[in-house]
Design a protein around this ligand. Structure first.
Ligand SMILES: [Zn+2]
Ligand SMILES: [Zn+2]
Ligand SMILES: [Zn+2]
Length: 325
């Protein structure tokens, strides 16, 4: 079988936490891993925390899968946390650029189209009507008599006016006020499984790992992927090889084949036969998902290859265990 990624570290196959998360992705239980927000703790990934057990282990774990090329990330949000106490319970304030007060008033700026007079909305107001303070005409229709010309702010403390307020952060936990320059800003990501890996990763993670564990429990030494030397001197690669004796005389070899069609062709049967002809293992298995075609089935029988046909990885593991025992 083709390897998913050349730099995919093999340790990940043995990492049960990684297996568990991946299986949730591949089964569709998790479609996209999005962070969940809590006003005190900020963003967390409860599904991952449930797997790794401790919140401090979540990000290193996700980074590992990201580096291995298994997951992809997309920017989901940016969080601001308090530079003093680290709390994520931080409010955003719009302040006066002159005195930094957050006690500011926001108004719409209105322009009387006919006379060109421009002022804040409140100065046009006369009960529920708009009257131009300059020419005293009533303004009735927006975009005909008058138009909104933007935003105008005034400071209730220093009484100055301005159009663009400055931001400030207020920590609701410890009361610290911080400016943009001092803000602790963190990128928060949503994660998905790399689409191109879905097929191979499914097979590797859901199949190789449980089979490896099972064979290890049965007292085998397991290699995956494995290189075995044949009589010809050539090294042959198998998805899994297991043996009990150090000389590797009585090896069990397993290859995996998956098809997105209804049948797996005879091709992997032929490839496996060519290798076992040279290596002479004790037993050879071909796991075929969902099933071998008629020709492949016949050839497997002829070549003494034990075919394990199953509709999915879970069933394949079960059938393999039964056949081995
Ligand atoms: Zn704080
Ligand atoms: Zn006017
Ligand atoms: Zn002010």
């Amino acid at each position: 079988m083709q390897k998913a990624n050349a730099k995919e570290p093999l340790e990940l196959y043995k990492d049960s936490d990684a297996q568990l998360l991946l299986s949730k992705f591949l089964s569709g239980e998790i479609k996209k891993l999005e962070p969940v927000y809590d006003h005190r703790t900020g963003y967390t990934y409860p599904a991952v925390e449930a797997i790794v057990g401790d919140s401090s282990l979540v990000q290193p774990f996700l980074n590992k899968l990201l580096q291995a090329g298994v997951l992809e990330k997309k920017l989901y949000d940016k969080t601001i946390s308090c530079p003093s106490c680290g709390s994520a319970d931080v409010s955003f304030r719009y302040c006066c650029p002159f005195c930094k007060s957050f006690d500011i008033q926001r108004s719409s700026l209105i322009e009387h189209v006919k006379c060109g007079y421009m002022d804040i909305e409140v100065n046009f107001r006369d009960g529920d009507r708009y009257i131009c303070p300059k020419c005293h005409t009533e303004l009735k229709k927006i975009d005909v008599d008058y138009r909104k010309a933007g935003i105008w702010c005034s400071c209730n403390d220093c009484k100055k006016n301005f159009d663009i307020p400055v931001p400030e952060h207020f920590c609701r936990n410890c009361g610290t006020v911080s400016a943009f320059e001092g803000a602790v800003i963190r990128d928060v990501y949503a994660y998905t499984v790399k689409e191109s890996l879905r097929n191979t990763v499914t097979l590797n993670w859901l199949l190789v790992s449980p089979i490896r564990d099972f064979l290890t429990d049965e007292g085998f030494t397991v290699e995956s992927p494995a290189l075995l030397k044949g009589k010809s001197g050539t090294n042959h690669s198998f998805d899994i090889a297991a043996y009990k004796d150090k000389s590797r005389q009585k090896a069990i070899v397993v290859d995996l084949a998956k098809s997105n069609e209804d049948f797996v062709s005879e091709q992997p049967v032929i490839a496996l036969f060519a290798k076992i002809f040279d290596v002479s293992p004790d037993r050879a298995y071909l796991i075929a998902i969902p099933q071998l075609n008629e020709n492949g089935r016949k050839m497997a029988q002829l070549y003494n290859i034990r075919a394990v046909e199953a509709k999915d990885a879970k069933e394949a593991v079960k059938t393999f265990k039964e056949k081995l025992r």
